[in-house]
Design a protein around this ligand. Structure first.
Ligand code: ADP
Length: 365
């Protein structure tokens, strides 16, 4: 008979089988693993933890081993780590000056029966610091790129307006193209800058009373021409009875414009893009749904990562930054953004934003 907390598979590719109750040998193996490892059985009891995990979480073995997770002192790093919801993507958690990646997996016996949950931990403080330095460099560099481009664009507009004398129609046509390329370059720089700024916490929200119904109407109007050109129906159903919220309307408009333009981009002609707004509890909800190409289930949790594009997006223009920026803006408002999708049938992005601003969520300046 197998012991109830025997781990049969660990870390996917590796197949290791050992008994956590077998005392010293089990402890030696656990301590030899280059990551923090914690095992919690089906009864919610922490039955095994290695030395690395104890040191990362500043816990003492005798205080945690054999304890039920819900009996551990609240607010301690170990309680916070073990009470997180399981996710197939590592979560970054900050404990004082250290940042720790946390990944939990269900553990099954050889017979396929769930026997508990294995949590892996590793220190990403240095990685984070390097990423931050890189992002600070990108912010500086993109900011410097913007200044000469603004000057170039200014002169082109001046020439087109005839401020420096008459220009022929051929030159006018060429300048129009230069101006178009210049503004796409400008938008790309702005996107990169904004995504880094939001990540670095440098962007402060400018909250003002904002009417979500009006904001959505404007976003729909801005996208209507492209939708019609693509042979799509763009429909807005406004059911929000309390549409006023304290929000940064410019930033929220970017979120919804991005969701609507994505919906248009990824929907073949004859399709529909439907925007619905409604109130639920103390929040306003907006869904942007389409009848487009959809997103494979394995990509759903990754499309909000910077630069991540689903394989199905090959051939469609884009930078892979829009959703990452949208998520950062929604979360800075204390809201959440989620997605549901069926490949080949369509996608639905849902944004929920609290009506009242909570300082807790404000992005620091
Ligand atoms: P971009 O659209 O510039 O590629 P985003 O960050 O806005 O970047 O979106 C990331 C990815 O998410 C897209 O490349 C695409 O794979 C997927 N995606 C986003 N919205 C949709 C949608 N409405 N339908 C299908 N796929 C989508």
């Amino acid at each position: 008979m197998m012991s109830t907390n025997q781990l049969d598979s660990y870390s996917g590719a590796q197949m290791v089988s050992f008994d956590f109750n077998s005392g010293q040998v089990g402890d030696l193996i656990m301590d030899g693993i280059g990551r923090g490892v914690i095992f919690v059985n089906n009864d919610g009891v922490l039955t095994s933890i290695n030395r690395y995990a104890l040191s990362l979480l500043q816990a003492k073995k005798e205080n945690v081993i054999g304890k039920r997770v819900d009996m551990l002192p609240l607010r301690t790093p170990i309680y916070r780590v073990l009470s997180e919801q399981r996710s197939d993507i590592p979560l970054a958690m900050a404990f004082g000056k250290r940042v720790v990646a946390v990944l939990s997996k269900e553990v099954k016996s050889a017979e396929g029966i769930t026997i508990g949950e294995l949590t892996e931990l590793w220190d990403i403080t240095d990685e984070r610091r390097e990423k931050r330095q890189w992002e600070e460099f990108v912010v500086m560099m993109t900011h410097d790129l913007k200044s000469p481009l603004t000057v170039i664009m200014g002169y082109i507009q001046g020439i087109r307006l005839g401020m420096y004398g008459e220009i022929g129609s051929r030159i006018e046509g060429l300048l129009e193209k230069v101006e178009q390329s210049g503004s796409s370059l400008y938008s790309m720089i702005e996107e990169i800058l904004d995504s880094c700024r939001l990540e670095l916490g440098l962007k402060k929200l400018n909250r003002q009373p904002c009417n979500i119904s009006r904001l959505l109407e404007d976003c729909c109007r801005d996208n209507l021409r492209v939708a019609q050109e693509q042979g799509l129906d763009l429909v807005f159903i406004d059911k929000a009875e309390a549409p006023e919220l304290m929000a940064d309307s410019k930033q929220l408009a970017r979120v919804f414009s991005n969701l609507i333009s994505n919906a248009i981009k990824f929907t073949p002609s004859q399709g529909q893009v439907l925007i619905v707004s409604w109130n639920l509890e103390e929040s306003v909800h907006v869904s942007v749904s389409d009848t487009g190409i959809g997103i494979p289930p394995e990509d759903l949790s990754r499309i909000f990562f910077k630069y991540y594009r689903s394989a199905g997006a090959t051939g469609y223009k884009g930078s892979g930054l829009g959703l990452a920026i949208s998520k950062a803006i929604v979360e800075a408002h204390g809201g959440i953004i989620s997605v549901e999708s069926t490949p080949g049938a369509g996608s639905s992005f849902i944004v929920a934003i609290p009506l009242k601003a909570s300082e807790e969520f404000e992005v620091e300046n």
